[in-house]
Design a protein. Structure first.
Length: 101
């Protein structure tokens, strides 16, 4: 599994809508094949200053290397935390900040 990749601006104007892009390399093996061992992400959560701004529960139809693109209004400086959780409870985390002027 590779390090999660995050793309968001380092700064924004107050009230500006910013685009956030996330990507994590993950095989998303459903375990349907006779020799496949299940290896799936169960969920993704994005938080800004501790408040959830996006939450997603993965299903069997989820693509490998899931990507999310979403928008958040920058009302104040933000510390973002991104968490991908596997079905076995393993978590992959990334953090970034946006300054607001």
């Amino acid at each position: 599994m590779s390090t999660p990749r995050i793309r968001l601006p380092r700064s924004a104007r107050e009230g500006e809508e910013i685009e956030i892009r996330t990507l994590i390399s993950h095989p998303m093996i459903t375990g349907v094949g006779p020799e496949d061992e299940r290896n799936m992400l169960a969920g993704f959560t994005a938080r800004m200053n501790g408040e959830t701004v996006l939450e997603y529960a993965f299903g069997n139809g989820s693509a490998a290397n899931p990507t999310f693109v979403f928008h958040v209004r920058a009302a104040a400086p933000g510390d973002f935390e991104f968490v991908w959780t596997q079905e076995d409870g393993t978590e992959f985390r990334a953090e970034q900040s946006v300054s607001v002027s």
